[in-house]
Design a protein around this ligand. Structure first.
Ligand SMILES: Cc1cc2nc3c(=O)[nH]c(=O)nc-3n(C[C@H](O)[C@H](O)[C@H](O)COP(=O)(O)O)c2cc1C
Length: 245
């Protein structure tokens, strides 16, 4: 992947092209059996991980399920829903548990010959303080009290200071990656359906998911099948959801 050092915001996609891509996406519940080529899947995953993410710690992982036997097992896990008959299902996992390794990765994969001192310091001191919650979350508890006191005098970030905060922290960034993934497939002409309608306990019996990883959605992917879209698009008026200040 290339970095893009410039003082201007590069804009290679026209607003109209982006609008057309976003508007063309729908949740599709019926797919053809045509397989999705591995090159396409790889390209889409490369775009997924370009999503903005907290401190660049990239707290996500993906399990790409193409094996027909595994897919057949996932269908009942998704409670028999039609979308889960897709030729490809990607389990999108939020990873509140990978930040330590990610801090090391930043140093190891830094894209320049020298890792700047401020970067080294951030990922070896600041980030570990921020993300470590300690055994049973006890360090988080201590940090919550420290933050309460320090926050009386100055503005500061008050989370994540618990294991629950860490889960939310990871889910935020992973959801952004999931949207990139969805739009990337759309750009290749493949439809998708994000699914949270699955039994997590049974999912963990089928896929080897690390204990602390959170399967936030199973993404069904394939060519749109007949009557694949169930309902007309519906969104509430923007005025109900937006405040202009
Ligand atoms: C987190 C999440 C979970 C979803 N779970 C399911 C699901 O289990 N089954 C399903 O058919 N659709 C599921 N959907 C799709 C939504 O129902 C769909 O996006 C919504 O109705 C809006 O329709 P549109 O995507 O076509 O605009 C899910 C979407 C999201 C973002």
């Amino acid at each position: 992947m290339t970095s893009f050092p410039t003082d201007e915001t590069p804009n290679t996609a026209s607003p109209a092209a982006l609008r057309a891509l976003i508007e063309s996406r729908r949740a599709v519940r019926r797919f053809t059996s045509e397989p999705v080529p591995d090159e396409v899947i790889r390209d889409c995953l490369e775009l997924a991980v370009l999503a903005p993410n907290s401190c660049n710690l990239q707290p996500w992982s993906f399990q790409v399920v193409r094996d027909p036997a595994l897919l057949a097992q996932l269908h009942p896990v998704c409670m028999g829903q039609n979308a889960a008959r897709a030729p490809l299902i990607i389990a999108v996992l939020a990873r509140p548990d990978t930040w330590r390794q990610a801090c090391r990765n930043i140093i190891e994969y830094w894209p320049e010959a020298e890792v700047p001192a401020r970067v080294r310091s951030f990922y070896s001191k600041t980030a570990p303080f921020q993300y470590n919650q300690g055994p049973l979350g006890l360090f988080g508890l201590l940090k919550r009290q420290l933050v309460r006191l320090a926050g009386l005098r100055k503005a500061l970030m008050r989370t994540p200071n618990s294991r629950a905060d860490m889960r939310l922290w990871a889910v935020k960034s992973t959801a952004l990656a999931a949207e990139n993934l969805i739009l990337a497939f759309q750009s290749h002409g493949y439809a998708t359906c994000p699914m949270e309608g699955f039994d997590e306990v049974r999912l963990r019996r089928v896929l080897d998911i690390p204990r602390q990883a959170m399967p936030i959605m199973l993404l069904a992917v394939g060519r749109q099948g007949e009557k694949g879209i169930y309902n007309p698009r519906l969104r509430f008026p923007l005025e109900q959801q937006v405040t202009w200040l």
